[in-house]
Design a protein around this ligand. Structure first.
Ligand SMILES: [Zn+2]
Length: 178
């Protein structure tokens, strides 16, 4: 009996294993690297999070965000990162989507940078939410070196000054980078 059963279980085990791997593969495919972070809670960035879109943000920028987040919390404002590091492929997809949405490269560039110009691709930019959080950083960010880069993107911040310094004038929009 036993000798008969063991071989008959092997194909079943193989199928279960294959289905398991398939499920894992599907799950991985559903979460593209560098996708918009859907969670409203950004984990502690002072240690690796396992999320490349957070871990590949410039360390100084991560530290500045953490300082700002702690102080914003004292003001009753929550901050989270809605988008951090992006792969070139992800940025390319975003730009292609913008091309479809806006109809021309010129208009698309006002809102979405190409992989060659996006500071997200180098880990030097973060998008901050929710809106009241972005507004808080817009008002207080220079204390941490965090500056709003583009006048039309209140959520997009880069380290553009020393902490406590003065942020440079904003660019009207991303088309200035081309
Ligand atoms: Zn951005």
């Amino acid at each position: 009996m036993t000798t008969n059963r063991v071989p008959s279980l092997r194909p079943l085990a193989a199928i279960v294993l294959a289905l398991g791997l398939l499920a894992l593969g599907c799950r991985a495919a559903d979460v593209p690297v560098g996708s918009l972070l859907s969670s409203s809670e950004t984990p502690d960035l002072s240690r690796p999070t396992g999320k490349p879109e957070l871990d590949r943000i410039d360390p100084d920028l991560r530290a500045a965000f953490e300082s700002a987040r702690a102080d914003a919390a004292r003001d009753g404002v929550r901050l989270h990162i809605t988008s951090g590091w992006r792969s070139r492929a992800h940025q390319e997809r975003l730009f292609e989507d913008a091309l479809v949405k806006y109809g021309s490269a010129e208009e698309a560039n006002r809102w979405v940078a190409t992989p060659d110009t996006s500071a997200h691709v180098t880990g030097d930019a973060i998008d901050i939410g929710p809106t009241d959080g972005a507004i808080w950083v817009g008002q207080h960010g220079s204390a941490y070196g965090l500056c709003q880069t583009f006048a039309n993107e209140i959520w997009h911040f880069e380290l553009l000054t020393e902490p406590g310094g003065t942020c440079p004038d904003m660019l009207a929009d991303g088309s200035a980078l081309r």
